[in-house]
Design a protein around this ligand. Structure first.
Ligand code: DSN
Length: 417
C-alpha cells in the first residue's frame, strides 16, 4: 500500500479512537473535507475575481466571490467591512496586517502569551521583532486563581506607549469580554485595532460572544479568524478589514506576500460558512447556534466536574475552553503523555503568573468543541472530568477507569469513511 495512504489510515484510526479535548481542534463535516481534497486544488488563480493572471478561472471567480459574500453574511451586520479569503492561516493573516499597515519601529500592544495571548501577537521568539516593538497589557487577579482583563492597565499601556496597533484576541482566555469597550479605548489613543477571534469565531458568529464588527470607532479596523476551531471548518483563515483598508490588505496578500490562492481551502471554508448559516447541515443535523450553545455548556460541565473532584481551575470558563492549574508536583508534560496513552488528547498550557517553563508549564487547557461535534453529551463530559481528576491526583484505577474511557471513546459518532 502507498505509504502516505497507510499513514493516513493510521491517523484516521487515531482520531477515531481517542477523545479530543484540544480547544483549537474540531471535526469539520465530511463535505468540507471532501472539498479540501477536490479538483479545486489543481488550479492556479493569482489575482482576484475578474482580474487573474491565468486563464481557466471562470469557476474560481464565482467561488471566491461567493465565499466572500458568505463570510460577510455570517460575521458583519454593519456593512462596513470587506474580506480577503485567500489568506492562508491565522498567523500569516496577522502578519499581513503588520507588514502592510505598520512602519518599521512601530509599536504593537497585545496580551502576553503566558496570560493567554498568541505567538503571532508578538513574543520574544517572533521574527517580527526585527521590525516592530511589542509591549503587553495584562490581566488582574480578582480573586484567587481568577483572572480577567485589566481595563485600567489596558488604558495605561495605550496612554504610555501610543501603539500603532492594538491586538484584542486570545488563545487561552476563558472569559467573555466586551469587544466594543476595548476597541473604543484603543481608538481613543489613535491606535489601529486588530481583533483576532480565531478561538471564539463560532461564538461570535452565533451572537454568543460580543462582536468586534462595529460601526465607526466601535468596530475593529481588522478582524482575523482561523476557520478550523469553533467555526468547525477546514484549516484556513479569513481577514476582514474596514472598506478603506481592503485595497492595501489585498495587495499585501497578493502580490505582496502570497502566490496563488488555495481554492480547495476556499471552497471548504465556503461549505463551513454555509453550515453556520444553516444552508447546509452538519451530519448530526444540529443547527450551528445550538451546537455552540452545547459546546459552552459541555465545557462548563467538564470544568465543574474537575473542580468537584478536587482539581484547581483558573478563571472559571464562560466560553469553549477551560484552564486547569496542576498541583506543583505534577509535571504537565508527563501528564499530557499519560493522558494520551489512555486515549485522552490534551495540551499543556501556561497559566497567568506561571512559575514553570513554557515547555513544562503549570496548566492544562481543555476545550469542548471537538467532543461536542463527536456527539458527547453533558453527562459524558462530567464522567470525563471525574476520570481526568483521578489521573491528576494519581488515583486512576485500572481496569475500572480505563473501561470508562473506552466506553466514551466507543460512544462517539464518526462521520468519515
Ligand atoms: N495552536 C492554536 C491554539 O491551540 O490555540 C493557535 O495557533
Amino acid at each position: 500500500m502507498n505509504t502516505f495512504l497507510e499513514l493516513t489510515q493510521q491517523e484516521f484510526d487515531r482520531q477515531k479512537n481517542t477523545l479530543n479535548l484540544i480547544a483549537s481542534e474540531n471535526f469539520p463535516s465530511p463535505t468540507t473535507l471532501q472539498l479540501l481534497g477536490s479538483v479545486w486544488s489543481n488550479k492556479y488563480g493569482e489575482g482576484y475575481p475578474g482580474k487573474r493572471y491565468y486563464a481557466g478561472n471562470t469557476y474560481t471567480d464565482i467561488l471566491e466571490k461567493k465565499v466572500q459574500d458568505l463570510a460577510l453574511q455570517v460575521f458583519d451586520s454593519t456593512g462596513e467591512y470587506s474580506v480577503n479569503v485567500q489568506t492562508l492561516s491565522g498567523s500569516p493573516a496577522n502578519g499581513t496586517i503588520y507588514m502592510s499597515m505598520l512602519e518599521t519601529g512601530d509599536t504593537i500592544l497585545s496580551l502576553s502569551l503566558q496570560e493567554g495571548g498568541h505567538l503571532s501577537h508578538l513574543h520574544s521568539t517572533s521574527v517580527y521583532n526585527k521590525f516592530f516593538n511589542y509591549i503587553n497589557y495584562h490581566l488582574r487577579e480578582t480573586k484567587s486563581n481568577d483572572f480577567e482583563l485589566d481595563l485600567d492597565n489596558f488604558e495605561e499601556q495605550l496612554k504610555k506607549h501610543q501603539p500603532k496597533l492594538t491586538i484584542i484576541g486570545f488563545s487561552a482566555y476563558t472569559k467573555q469580554f466586551d469587544f466594543p469597550q476595548l476597541i473604543k479605548l484603543a481608538h481613543k489613543y489613535n491606535s489601529l485595532v486588530l481583533a483576532d477571534i480565531s478561538h471564539i469565531s463560532g461564538l461570535v458568529a452565533t451572537n454568543l460572544h460580543s462582536s468586534p464588527f462595529g460601526v465607526g470607532l466601535d468596530g475593529a479596523d481588522f478582524v482575523t479568524t482561523t476557520t478550523h476551531k469553533t467555526l468547525r471548518g477546514p484549516r484556513g483563515a479569513l481577514l476582514f478589514a474596514k472598506h478603506k483598508y481592503i485595497d492595501t490588505i489585498n495587495k499585501a496578500i497578493f502580490p505582496g506576500l502570497q502566490g496563488g490562492p488555495h481554492f480547495n481551502k476556499i471552497a471548504a471554508v465556503g461549505n463551513c460558512l454555509s453550515e453556520v448559516l444553516g444552508d447546509n447541515q452538519y451530519p448530526d443535523k444540529i443547527g450551528f447556534q445550538e451546537y455552540i450553545k452545547i459546546v459552552i455548556s459541555n465545557t462548563k460541565a467538564l470544568e465543574n466536574s474537575l473542580q468537584q473532584n478536587g482539581v484547581d481551575i483558573v478563571s472559571p470558563t464562560q466560553n469553549h475552553l477551560c484552564l486547569i492549574k496542576l498541583p506543583i508536583d505534577v509535571d504537565s508534560l508527563e501528564l499530557q503523555n499519560q493522558l494520551e496513552s489512555l486515549g485522552i488528547i490534551t495540551n499543556r498550557n501556561p497559566i497567568p503568573k506561571d512559575i514553570k517553563s513554557p515547555w513544562r508549564p503549570s496548566g492544562m487547557r481543555l476545550g469542548g468543541a471537538a467532543l461536542t461535534s463527536r456527539g458527547l453529551q453533558e453527562g459524558d463530559f462530567v464522567e470525563l472530568g471525574r476520570v481526568i481528576a483521578k489521573i491528576i491526583k494519581g488515583e486512576f484505577q485500572k481496569p475500572k477507569d480505563q473501561k470508562t474511557i473506552q466506553n466514551l471513546i466507543q460512544k462517539q459518532n464518526w462521520y468519515y469513511k
